[in-house]
Each structure stands twice: as C-alpha cells, then as structure tokens.
Design a protein around this ligand. Structure first.
Ligand code: OOB
Length: 546
C-alpha cells in the first residue's frame, strides 16, 4: 500500500473551518499545559494503583517526552501503542503528542498479524506495550513484531522489564522545552474498522480532533465535577474522544480507567469514584441493566450512560433509564471522523429511537442510493456519505483504497445505511459495507476470508454476520473445501487463531459447504448466505458444523 501519509483538507475548507473557530491552532501538548495551569490539584486520572492530579499528569508527560527524545524518537516518527486501560496510557500519549511523534492506537486484543501490519504500514520506530494483560505476554509479542519489522528499534514496556526492552518507568528524564508541533499536522493514527483486508490507518490532526473533543465535552455537558468511566479499551475512538478521556480532561474532570467492562468491576468503580458518565457498547449496557436489578452498590452518581459503537435496539434503549436511574445518550461515530449524539435535552422518542445528530453544523451528511450516489428523497433509507471539519479526506498510505472509500469531492463513504429525520437525527438501519459488527468490535469479512483461504484445504470462503441476541451479530464463515479435502470447522477456527489475530477475528461459527449460492452475475451471494443461516435453512446433508 502506498500513498500520502495524510490527505489535507482543500485550502478553502481549511480556511472555512479556521474562520468558524473550529480549528484553533492548539496542539494536545499545549492543551495539557493549559489544563495543568487551570486545574493543577484536581484529579485527572484514576487507574489501578494510580491517582494523578493534572499537575502530576503534565509532569509525567513532560518527563516521558524528554526520555523519548533522548532515545532518539523524533517529531513525525510513528510509535505503536498497545496499552490496556491503565493510567499510564495518558502520560504516554501526551508525551508522544509533545514530541510530535504519532501514536498508532492498537487495541489490547490485537495479535502478531495485526501489530506487524500496523508497524509495517506506519514504519513504526517503537512499540509501547505492557508486560502481560489477560494472561497474555505482550512484551514477547512486541519482541516478535520487532524481529519482523526492521523499522522498530525500541520496545518500551510497562511492568516487569525483560531482555531487549526498555522499562517505561525508567524512561523519564528531566523535562525539557520541546518545539510545539504543527497543529494542522497529524497527531496520531487511529484504526479503521475496515471492510477490506487488514485495518487501515486513520491520520487525525491536532486541529480536527481537538475540535471534536471540545464539542463532545460541551454536548455531554462535562464540567470539572464530571467523572468519566472508561470501560471500553481506551485507545478506541469512542472512549478516547466521544467525549471519553480526552473530552473529560478538556473539561477539567476526572477519568477513571476500568480494567474490564463487566458490571461488577464497573459498578464498584462507579460507587467508589462517584462516576457521573460512562460509555459502553450495547451488549455491555444490556449486562449492566441486568446486573443493576441485583446490585447493592450505589450507582446514584451516574447521570448519563452512553451507548454506541453498534445499534442500540429500542427495547434495550427503553430499559436503561429505569434500570440505572440515569439518562441514555446514543452515540453513532466512526474513527474516520463524524460523531452523532442524541442531546441530553432531546425528547424521549429521539433518544430512544435514533442514533443522534452530528456534532457540527459544518458536518455535511448525504444519504444516497448506494448504486448511483444520487440523493434519496428526504426520510428515505440510503447510504451515508459525510464530509466535515473532523472527518478525514484519506487514509494513511492507501491511495488506491482512497479512490473508492471517498467520493471525488471528498465525502467519506461510511458504509452505513441510514434514514435522516427532519430534526437532523440519524437512524442507522443497516450496512452496505462487508463488515461484521460484533457488539461494537468491527471485523472485515475479507480479512477473515483471506486467513481461511491461506489454509491448503480451503478453496473458497465467505464470511457473513448472523443475528445474535447478545452481541447483535456474530460472524459465520462458509467454506468450500478443495476437492477431496475434509477440513473440520474446529480445525479451521484453530488455524485462523494460530495465524495470530485478535480473538474477535476468529469466526464464531464455521460451516463447510459444497458450493456457495451465486448472484446472477456469478458472484458469491452473501445476501443468500445470510438469509440461509438466519432461517437455518442450510441443509444438514451438505454442511458440517463445528
Ligand atoms: C465507533 O467507531 P468505529 O470506527 O469502531 O466504527 C464505526 C462504525 C460505523 O460506521 C457504524 O457502522 C458502527 O461502527 N456504529 C454504529 C453505531 N456506532 C458505530 N452502528 C449503529 N449504531 C451506532 N450507535 O464505533 C465509534 C466511534 C466514536 C464514537 C462512537 C462509536
């Protein structure tokens, strides 16, 4: 894959976004400096074993930035960050922002294949990781990645140091003055959910991201008294910025990092830290609703529960307020940019039945016929295209993909099927992209198909999403074996897992079939595969299941 690191907005758009006051020329490093002055002694972040004020967070970020520079990390370098929900995540990323190096935000679930891909795509010079998480040795994985990707020179580890790695705690140096990076330049690379191959890298600038963070904090009414619970993996765009930890810091509030999103862990933290707002995906919201009925913990501080990342069905939406005694806010966003929120003063029908409206009046949304790109009639369903002050114009080094992912006039093709109401609120009704949304975790069908097709016994593979009561959807892989071969579903799942991928990428179900249904032009009909499994009409005689 090749192409520019970053596709800037056309000058006329950039000028408009500056004139409107959206882009203010502030970097994240400068923001933290200002916050440390305004809120020095207030608590910025709480994690296991850590409780740091704004002044302490600022100091740690300065010291780490200094240590990174001494190591040879420079402005414009890329650094893969794979940290779980620990307090150190914040000083690490602010240190990188101050150096002007770009964090590449991996998730804790990612494994060798994905990390190698990110490190190669970004030509990363370093990996920041944790010794172990969920009984998995991340430091050893980072070493394997460094062996395979020549650009990776340093492995920085939080926790027990190991041979060939640098102890994060030992990296800190005396703070030094560093030149402030260009606010219109890239601040970090976020990951796309993707629908083709491995995840694409998303370049976000200080200017554009800070705008979305600032407005998110305002829309969610965050104040210095707000306490945000990050229950989802904090590097993901939603808990990072919608309003997430960055929005909370922007408001001078407190970020509480939950090591896991389960109700027991979250409820204890809500009680202990007097959490006011949390953001979760629908399956977790459903688990919290159930657990709330039996808990003796005091959840009375919780004012808002945000639900997003995947569609929150009307029934779940209706249960949240009564069960958790808080307001529901729906969030429909994407790492590429556009984020929609239901507003806290929206009428109940909009809060329960829509996924919100855009952050900005300068977010341009078009709802089009997916085949022709012609606008559909108002209120009709179509594919959502968007362009605006915090939506990217191109992926990192992906010129060929960019030609189809964006329209010639710069609209991002979200791949979501939506209906827009007169109020401007959006209802997500489906998807045109070849992706499975597994309770908020996005799986590109093609990525899984490629893994399956690497197996010598597999002739063809087609991966589809199937409805699931808990996750919304799960993945189901249909496989046609090569003549004479008889791979078993269990063997194929193990094969994909052993290729070193995130657990959510391993197909939940594998069905070995003789042939795929075809469309009139002879392509595999995923629509028919989906319909077949939904109706469970796959004939037992011609399919073998795990
Ligand atoms: C968020 O970001 P991504 O990049 O992991 O995934 C984006 C995709 C959207 O295009 C859409 O297909 C789906 O996730 N999605 C939703 C949704 N929120 C996201 N589909 C239906 N209803 C929703 N509420 O998932 C993300 C980023 C920022 C804030 C919130 C979510």
């Amino acid at each position: 894959m090749s192409g520019p690191d970053h596709t800037p907005w056309p000058p006329a758009f950039a000028a408009r976004y500056r004139a409107a006051g959206h882009w203010r020329g502030q970097t994240f490093g400068a923001l933290l400096t200002a916050l440390a002055e305004a809120h020095a002694d207030r608590t910025a972040v709480v994690g296991e074993g850590a409780r740091w004020s704004y002044a302490e967070l600022d100091e740690r970020a300065h010291r780490l930035a200094s240590g990174l520079v001494e190591l040879g990390v420079r402005a414009g370098d890329r650094v893969v960050v794979q940290l779980p929900n620990v307090a150190e995540f914040l000083p690490v990323v602010f240190a990188l922002f101050r150096v002007g190096a770009w964090p590449v935000f991996a998730l804790p679930a990612h494994r060798d294949t994905e990390l190698v891909h990110f490190a190669e795509q970004a030509e990363a010079v370093a990996i920041v990781t944790v010794d172990a998480h969920d009984r998995y040795d991340h430091a050893a994985m980072a070493r394997r990645v460094a062996d395979r990707v020549a650009s990776v020179r340093h492995i920085i580890v939080l926790g027990a140091p190991a041979a060939g790695t640098i102890d994060l705690e030992e990296l800190a140096r005396e703070p030094r003055q560093l030149p402030d990076p260009d606010p219109s330049g890239v601040a970090f690379l976020q990951l796309s959910g993707g629908s083709t191959g491995l995840p694409k890298l998303i370049p976000r600038t200080h200017d554009d991201y800070l705008y979305s963070v600032r407005e998110s904090a305002r829309i969610c009414r965050l104040t210095p008294d707000s306490v945000y619970l990050a229950a989802l993996p904090v590097a993901h765009n939603y808990p990072l910025s919608s309003p997430g930890v960055l929005g909370t810091l922007h408001a001078g509030g407190t970020c509480v990092l939950a090591p896991r999103p389960d109700a027991d862990t979250a409820f204890r933290l809500i009680e202990a830290e007097r959490v006011t707002i949390a953001g979760v995906v629908p399956p977790i919201a459903a688990a919290w609703v159930q657990a709330a009925a039996r808990t003796e913990l005091d959840l009375g501080s919780l004012e808002v529960l945000q639900v997003g990342g995947a569609k929150c069905g009307a029934e779940l939406a209706a249960r949240i307020g009564p069960a958790l005694h808080c307001a529901l806010q729906q969030v429909f966003g994407m790492a590429e940019g556009l984020v929609n929120y239901t507003r806290l003063d929206d009428p109940a029908d909009l809060v329960l039945g829509t996924q919100g409206r855009p952050i900005s009046l300068d977010d341009e949304l078009r709802v089009v016929d997916p085949a022709t790109d012609a606008d559909v009639a108002p209120g009709e369903t179509g594919a959502l295209l968007t362009r605006g002050p915090y939506t990217i114009r191109g992926y990192h080094r992906a010129a060929a993909h960019n030609r189809t992912a964006f329209t010639p006039d710069g609209f991002y093709r979200t791949g979501d099927l939506v209906r827009r109401l007169e109020s401007g609120h959006v209802e997500v009704v489906g998807r045109v992209k070849d992706q499975i949304n597994r309770g908020g975790e996005k799986v590109a069908a093609e990525e899984v198909e490629n893994h399956l097709m690497a197996h010598p016994d597999v002739l063809d593979a087609a991966v589809v999403g199937v409805p699931d009561e808990y996750l919304g959807e799960r993945s189901c892989a249909y496989v046609v074996p090569v003549a004479g071969a008889q791979p078993t579903p269990a063997e194929l799942r193990r094969f994909v897992r052993e290729r070193g991928v995130a657990a959510f990428t391993v197909p939940d179900r594998v069905l070995v079939v003789d042939a795929f249904p075809a469309t009139p032009v002879g392509k595999t009909s995923k629509r028919e595969l989906r319909a077949a499994i939904t109706r469970s009409l796959v004939p037992a005689a011609s399919s073998k299941e795990r």
